[in-house]
Design a protein around this ligand. Structure first.
Ligand code: NAP
Length: 308
């Protein structure tokens, strides 16, 4: 096993085979992120709870191991992209979890969206093995992940941040180092809280425009040319008008992020009434069976009796 301090600078300077990378969680985001590392020539070992999702990566040259611990044991740096706090803790700290394969000279980079307390708990467990820890949740969705255009919001061991910078640069277009563990998680939750409220408000606008006899697709065009333009509206608006929601960011994850952001706000007594109201809409959409649809399906929660 090569030493982290020795192998990563080599990798950064172009000796790609020197760095052994691990990737845990091959979902909507994990798949393209791992794929981009493989395509860049790195040696990547993967694991996913549902093994079949790893198969296309194995075809591209990835090695498969049957537990997170085995991946971490055979990698210099292991990335993890899991659903939520529970799965992030389970994969890092549970039986046969990543921590069981970590030791001094290795690094663990959790890119899942979780709350700061969860991230600190994982950090403590990882650092107890002698390994280094970085939280680095991402801003950007399925397409930016495919295009290597994510934005990393990193915090934790600065030396690990510096070592993994070449890998973050392959998967993303920019990266921020935000200091202590918890700050990356907090930044990500604030960003997604704003996004969740924007999508809920946009949904109201689409439905109201239609109800008063306007063409909602014209509304999308009008918005796209003004100061409140956002790529998200142009990207998602047309399909929302058709009531189809191809999943890029699952609604259940957006609601998880609203819930965690509201918890963060409560912890510092910050009032967030808009986000609280938006969260209720995501909860309604979940109860309508829309958890695995794209988060833009939140518009369905507003198509209640008043719409008839
Ligand atoms: P996803 O497609 O639902 O993938 C979730 C991953 O977590 C899958 O690999 C899943 O394994 C695994 N997982 C879930 N529960 C588990 C458990 N108990 N034990 C082990 N593995 C478990 O979600 P995603 O969209 O890739 O999102 C992943 C993370 O990135 C989330 O924290 C999300 O909030 C964040 N994020 C997503 C986006 C986006 O646009 N999609 C953007 C930024 C950040 P299985 O395949 O076996 O289910």
């Amino acid at each position: 096993m090569s030493d982290l301090a020795g192998s990563l600078p080599e990798a950064a300077s172009g000796n790609k085979l020197a760095a052994k990378l691990g990737f845990l969680g091959i979902g909507i985001m994990g798949f393209p992120m791992a794929q981009n590392l493989i395509k860049a020539g790195y040696n990547v070992t993967v694991w996913n709870r549902t093994k079949s999702k790893c198969d296309p990566l194995i075809s591209l040259g990835a090695i498969y191991k049957s537990t997170p611990g085995e991946v971490a044991a055979s990698s210099d740096v292991t990335f993890a992209m899991l659903s939520d706090p529970e799965s992030a803790v389970e994969v890092a700290c549970g039986k046969n979890g990543a921590a069981s394969g970590l030791s001094s000279g290795k690094g663990y980079v959790d890119v899942s969206t979780v709350d700061g307390e969860t991230s600190k708990l994982i950090s403590q467990r990882i650092k107890a093995t002698g390994a280094l820890f970085l939280e680095a949740p991402v801003s950007g969705s399925k397409k930016p992940a495919e295009d290597g255009q994510l934005i990393f919001l990193a915090a934790g061991d600065k030396s690990l941040y510096d070592s993994v910078a070449p890998f973050l640069d392959i998967m993303g277009k920019s990266k921020f180092y935000l200091g202590d563990v918890g700050n990356g998680a907090a930044m990500k939750l604030v960003v997604n809280m704003v996004m969740g409220s924007m999508m809920a408000s946009f949904s109201e606008g689409l439905l109201l425009s239609e109800k008063v006899g306007l063409d909602p697709s014209v509304l999308v065009k009008v918005i796209s040319q003004g100061a409140i333009s956002a790529p998200m509206y142009s990207m998602k608006g047309p399909s929302m008008i058709q009531s189809v929601y191809p999943t890029a960011f699952p609604l259940k994850h957006q609601q998880k992020d609203m819930r965690l952001a509201l918890g963060l706000a409560e912890s510092v007594c910050q009032s967030t009434p808009i986000a609280a109201a938006a969260n209720e809409l995501y909860k309604v959409a979940k109860s309508q069976g829309l958890s695995d649809q794209d988060f833009s399906a939140v518009i369905e929660s507003l198509k209640g009796k008043l719409q008839q």
